[in-house]
Design a binder for this molecule. Structure first.
Ligand code: DON
Length: 592
């Protein structure tokens, strides 16, 4: 019954237990007869909520930048399906949100085809060039050098976005729109230029030093005196417009072969990288089977390796299913403690087992099994935080700002797209391939340069995620969907580096366990513990009493500024409810 997802307490037994407890207490004070239980409160849409989702009846796009959301909705209005809209939105974001939307990066798209009740994943993660030895980021003495993977051409993976969006359209588009038609709004915006928004004006100065290193980037994003474009200036991306036009006209080969590919290779090599035209020519987006799990009667779908996102969302939910979170309460110290202890166990597994499934064997089935979660759960103490040093994986048979981006789309027929893609850092490497307008990623920093050397998000790994020829680095991106009795209810995802996994998990918990509406779940304070660093990170806003209780349990609580940018849609009884994360400017849930 789909309405259950947004009722105050969606699942029966613990609610009854809680109510029985409350009734017992009340009966001590007042005469209690054998009264029928009061009816469940009506679904929360507006009653008493602090924040509300946006409503629509036909189709909806929720993205981190509003022009791109509107472009997607327009495609839906004109009879396009969710996949058509995803391609238009994805290409538009490459122009309007250049710090994360991209042609020069990669990501994961989870697609739901309503008619066939089928989910598929398009893996368009960047791949390492063929000439990538395992020690590519190490000195001769064997020390990891972060600058090689983060600030040089060696960090650039072969981009996957153009192949991914093209594959999605070819296989799952409605057939009503050509790639050229879907690229057209992006072409116009890039050529005519955009007025620099508050959001762009905030993010450009932070990447100024990187842009200055590359004249091809400085020409687009900086004034001649080296200062970043600011509020009210125009951002014109003429070369990018021409590339988008060529892709629309000639398809993905216009990107992976010929002059564009040659220019990408020349710029990467001039920046110290090893990419070749052959690497671009041989790149393919891959279709993979999604991972499925369940949580308190809901079905969860998310992406498989080379992202760790799906594995660890399911692993976390499996562990947490054994605890009565609803009665412990949202944001209580007891709930946050259990979350943190489960998170440390999941991240320990991530470091040990996860990598590119085409090159290493990953015990995925074990990691997402209920039985394995039960063994992990048995290690969790309700009374004490375990230091990460104590945590060993069992046998399962300095943060950048948020600069990946996620969008969620549902169309009139119930098809859906959950898409997360990225350049890794804000504006990626900061390098525009000369003459193309394409910002290039520094995604290969997501490899483990050597066992124990942390990437930019503090994540470590071992052999499974070591650099290697054509290998895809392990990601945390986690576009996800939640179903109830086979009906799609929730489409969600977020940027946030290593925190993506916990952001998405917490949104699911907030709705399923704590009865929040989608806007409340999106706004709710986030917590995160990945073991290394051994600290429980909490967003500003968690109350001081809860923090003190967590400290008493042994957690080193560190309060951070807000993180993530979740863009989600909840579909209940045919009504679409969208929530765009207010942690970033210019996010927009738009529908019709
Ligand atoms: O694939 C990954 O897991 C990272 N490269 C994502 C980076 C990210 O989310 C940055 N934004 N916060």
């Amino acid at each position: 019954m789909s309405a259950q997802l947004f009722q105050a307490k969606p699942w029966g037994a613990p609610r009854k237990a809680l109510r029985a407890g409350v009734l017992t207490l009340l009966c001590l004070a007042t005469p209690c007869g054998l009264q029928a239980e009061p009816p469940l409160p009506p679904p929360i849409i507006s009653q008493g909520a602090r924040v509300l989702p946006v409503l629509a009846s036909h189709g909806m796009v929720v993205a981190q930048e509003g022009t791109a959301s509107k472009i997607g909705v327009e495609i839906l209005r004109r009879g396009g399906n969710a996949i058509d809209a995803a391609v238009a939105t994805g290409l538009a974001l490459a122009v309007t949100l250049p710090r994360a939307g991209n042609l020069g990066g990669g990501g994961f798209m989870l697609v739901y085809i309503a008619k066939e009740k089928k989910t598929v994943v398009i893996d368009y993660r960047e791949a390492a060039p063929a000439d990538t030895p395992r020690d590519v980021f190490l000195t001769e003495a064997g020390d990891a050098v972060a600058a090689r993977s983060r600030d040089s051409g060696l960090g650039v993976g072969v981009p996957g976005t153009v192949a991914g969006l093209s594959l999605a359209l070819r296989k799952y588009g409605s057939g009503k729109f050509s790639l050229a038609e879907l690229a057209a709004p992006a072409v116009t915006l890039a050529r005519a230029g955009l007025e620099v928004s508050d959001d762009l004006a905030d993010s450009l100065p932070l990447a100024q030093t990187r842009f200055k290193r590359w004249p091809s980037s400085a020409r687009i994003f900086l004034h001649p005196d080296g200062t970043a474009l600011s509020r009210g200036d125009r951002l014109v991306q003429t070369d990018l417009a021409s590339v988008l036009e060529a892709i629309g006209r000639d398809g993905e080969r216009a990107f992976y072969e010929g002059p564009v590919a040659e220019k990408i290779v020349a710029s990467v090599r001039a920046a110290g990288g090893r990419m070749t035209v052959e690497d671009l020519k041989s790149y393919r987006a891959v279709e993979r089977a999604p991972l499925h799990g369940s949580y308190r009667g809901y079905e969860i779908a998310s992406v498989p390796p080379p992202s760790s996102g799906g594995v660890h969302i399911i692993e976390l939910l499996n562990m947490l299913e054994g605890f009565p979170l609803a009665s412990l309460g949202a944001d209580s110290a007891a709930t946050i403690h259990l979350l943190a202890e489960a998170m440390k166990l999941a991240y320990a597994d991530r470091a040990e087992y996860l990598g590119d499934p085409d090159q290493v064997k990953i015990p995925v089935a074990g990691l997402i099994s209920k039985a394995y979660a039960e063994r992990l759960r048995a290690q969790i103490s309700t009374a004490r935080a375990r230091p990460y040093a104590e945590i060993k994986p069992l046998d399962p048979a300095p943060y950048e700002s948020d600069q990946t981006t996620h969008f969620s789309i549902v169309d009139h027929d119930g098809n859906a797209v959950s898409n997360t893609y990225t350049l890794n850092f804000s504006y990626g490497l900061g390098l525009v391939a000369e003459g193309t307008g394409i910002l290039l990623n520094n995604e290969l920093d997501d490899f483990a340069a050597k066992p124990g050397a942390p990437n930019a998000y503090g994540l470590t790994g071992g052999a499974a995620n070591a650099p290697g020829p054509r290998k895809r680095p392990l990601s945390s991106m986690a576009p996800a969907m939640v179903f109830r009795d086979g009906e799609l209810e929730l489409v969600t995802g977020s940027p946030g580096g290593s925190r993506i996994i916990t952001i998405v998990t917490e949104i699911i918990l907030d709705i399923v366990d704590f009865g929040m509406n989608l806007a409340e779940a999106t706004e709710a304070v986030r917590v995160h513990d990945q073991g290394l660093p051994d600290e429980l990170q909490v967003e500003r806003g968690l109350n001081a009493d809860t923090i003190r209780l967590l400290q008493a349990l042994g957690h080193k609580v560190v309060v951070h500024g807000a993180w993530g940018s979740a863009q989600s849609i909840l579909r209940v009884n045919g009504v679409l409810m969208g929530a765009a994360d207010t942690r970033q400017r210019e996010t927009l849930a738009a529908g019709y």
